[in-house]
Design a protein around this ligand. Structure first.
Ligand code: FAD
Ligand code: UDP
Length: 361
């Protein structure tokens, strides 16, 4: 069987490329997905009780790329959702990321915006060359904040000390010298009104897109030919682990449904210093669904299950570089996505890259 385009993986990367190619060329596109659903990690569905959940952890769309927001807005309307996170520190629920509100509540102060800068300046550690995630937190907020908010959460999340991790990990979290307690400050934020899966379904509504679910590409590879392959699965798997397996951090999700309308005080509550899980998400606070029960999920980081996060240390970046050399030599294979590029990308970055790739094909 021959296809002009074969796409491996029906996550947001594969779906965006499929949608764009279908609009551009009148040619069949085969989209192969090994799970039993589309959407990859942004997949959402209704559970037994009828509550909309995110099967692979909380996903909040946020971007500063207008073209990405406009593109996705063709396929969904949005709830005007602004994400907020509380974190359980010293027996209190405090706003995360660190802002003036966090400091005032933590230290029982009443600092102004101007006073906060001086307060932090006295406490932050001077580091000439920031090399690790520990350096990022110490240099931006000082040791007490680092130890209370970042050190143990990061150790739980990644299974190693922040001093071993790339600076980009903790740099994902802003430090704010103002009263803005939103988790993201991006210009465009929202939750798809009917959910991510409905948005993905709308993107795939084209007669030329053929979706094959529960099909591992490796099982059909020998039976199909293509002009161009777009691959969004793990890079090491594509090359049959020629240089060994890459390390990914995984998560176990434990869902619970409670017989009450509300479970917690924010959509997400982080637990840096208590319990084995990192955070609890309450879905109804993300989706604004009305229901007399509520479903939450606890995230337990681990190794060895589904690959979710590329491992952000030099050792694994170096190993990926070996695969990247092979990838760069491919003539008609294009690698894109969190797994294939071994990069900690948010969904908007993936859509941006997928739009550019489809344009260039
Ligand atoms: P994926 O969604 O992983 O899709 C890849 C697909 O390829 C999968 O469906 C997989 O089954 C399939 N596949 C792999 N190998 C094969 C094969 N051999 N054959 C067939 N199919 C195959 N981003 C945000 O912007 N906001 C958030 O709030 C946010 N929260 C997150 C929370 C968690 C817990 C995680 C893990 C990620 C979060 N992200 C968030 C990131 C977001 O999930 C990713 O950026 C995005 O889903 C990546 O899309 P993708 O298509 O590259 O990969
Ligand atoms: N982090 C932390 N404390 C927190 C929240 C995050 O130390 O309360 C660190 C942790 O290392 C995490 C990183 O910041 O992996 C990025 O956090 P983010 O919320 O972006 O993680 P994601 O939603 O991608 O899992």
């Amino acid at each position: 069987m021959h296809y002009p385009y074969v796409i491996v993986g029906a996550g947001i990367a594969g779906i965006t490329v499929a949608e764009r190619l279908a609009q551009k060329y009148d040619q069949p596109i085969l989209l192969v997905e090994k799970r039993n659903h589309i959407g990859g990690n942004i997949y959402d569905c209704y559970n037994y009780e009828g509550i909309l959940i995110h099967q692979y952890g909380p996903h909040i769309f946020h971007t500063n790329h207008k073209h990405v927001y406009d593109y996705l807005s063709q396929f969904t309307e949005w709830n005007d959702f602004q994400h907020r996170v509380l974190t359980y520190v010293d027996g209190n629920l405090l706003p995360m990321p660190i802002s003036l509100e966090t400091l005032n509540q933590l230290y029982h102060l009443n600092l102004s915006v101007e006073e906060m800068a001086a307060f932090i300046e006295q406490r932050c550690v001077k580091i000439d060359s920031v090399q690790t995630s520990e350096d990022v937190a110490l240099s931006k907020a000082g040791r007490d904040i680092y130890e209370k908010f970042f050190k143990n959460y990061t150790m739980k999340q990644w299974g190693c000390d922040p001093s071993e991790l790339d600076p980009s990990v903790i740099s994902r979290i802003p430090f704010r010298f103002n009263r803005d307690t939103r988790y993201f400050a991006d210009r465009y934020q929202g939750m798809p009104k009917l959910g991510y899966t409905k948005m993905c379904e709308a993107m795939l509504q084209h007669k030329n897109i053929h979706v094959l679910l529960q099909c591992d590409f490796r099982d059909i590879q020998k039976d199909i030919t293509y002009d161009k392959l777009i691959y969004t699965g793990p890079a090491d798997e594509f090359y049959d682990y020629k240089f060994g397996e890459l390390l990914y951090r995984s998560l176990e999700f434990k869902f619970e449904t409670h017989d009450k309308e509300m479970y917690q005080q924010a959509p997400v509550v982080n637990y840096p210093n208590d319990y084995d899980y990192t955070r609890i998400t309450e879905f109804k606070q993300l989706t604004w669904q009305k229901h007399d029960k509520t479903t939450i999920v606890k995230e337990f980081p681990c190794f060895g299950k589904e690959p979710y996060y590329p491992y952000p240390t030099k050792e694994w970046k170096d190993k990926f570089a070996l695969y990247k050399e092979l990838m760069d030599q491919e003539q008609n294979v294009y690698f894109i996505g969190r797994l294939a590029e071994y990069q900690y990308y948010n969904m908007d970055a993936i859509v941006d890259k997928a739009l550019k790739l489809a344009e260039s094909l």
